[in-house]
Write a protein that binds this ligand. Sequence first.
Ligand SMILES: C[S@@+](CC[C@H](N)C(=O)[O-])C[C@H]1O[C@@H](n2cnc3c(N)ncnc32)[C@H](O)[C@@H]1O
Length: 277
Amino acid sequence: MADRTSQPSRKSKKRSKNKKTKHLNPVTFTTSNIRKDNNLINKYHALVKIQESVKKARGLTKQEREYKLKDLNSKIDKLGGINAYQKASKLGEKHSGGFNSAKWVVSKLKEHNIRGCGGKLKLLDVGALSCNYTKYKAWIDCTAIDLNPQNSSIIKADFLTLSCRIQYDVVVLSLVINFEGDCRRRGDMLRLCSKIVLKKGILFIVLPLPCVENSRFLNKELFISMTVSLGFTVVSEHCSSKLYFVMLKNNGESIMKEFPRKTLKSGNSYNNFAIIF
Ligand SMILES: C[S@@+](CC[C@H](N)C(=O)[O-])C[C@H]1O[C@@H](n2cnc3c(N)ncnc32)[C@H](O)[C@@H]1O
């Protein structure tokens, strides 16, 4: 493949002669756009969080609960619903210098020399906004799913209802566990991974850093011990300024343990992100 950075196309040579282009971002790229996208994403997450707590709140009559949920739904609709959220996430991805978990996944697969045995690697991309693995189709056979696909190549499916009769060499959950508002369903997602990832297969997880660094109920050690109890071992992990990345291998040896919600840190400055099973 040609190295685009070292060999500028004729068009871009022309452009650099005619105009001194300061940056290559589209004209629509402004900090106020980014701020709007981030606001929308944060508001969406906050409303979903309130929805979950209203669903579980004790002391509400059926009518009160219904009224509150209806009100929250209309606020989410006013924001533009999940479509607007996904568009903002996609744009945010572009604006923030192109965070694309597939790049990390592919580089790790190459680094650890993980290839399909006698064929392509079967990869499940859960919560896919785009078809990020198409350019690796020579060696990766990707199934991309989402609750609300933005593209006809992405299958509409809820990960939590997938049958574990179909297993994958690689499963990717990038910014999906935190999208789920219910801490028990987040635990269900992790537990399902141990069944859907083949033995010796790989699971990639990306979480916002505050989920494991600033939660009163979760930290990296606890998160890792959850995955270890499900039969995984850590192959590699790192943090960026905003995200936590972990690559895990399924050894197929789970010790069924329970992880109820426990306060690890107290104080007002922590968030309530939790995963339980
Ligand atoms: C923040 S976006 C992350 C997109 C992309 N994976 C990334 O890393 O940028 C979260 C996506 O996960 C999807 N999602 C959440 N729960 C899901 C589930 N149970 N099954 C399938 N998709 C799910 C949402 O619809 C949303 O598009």
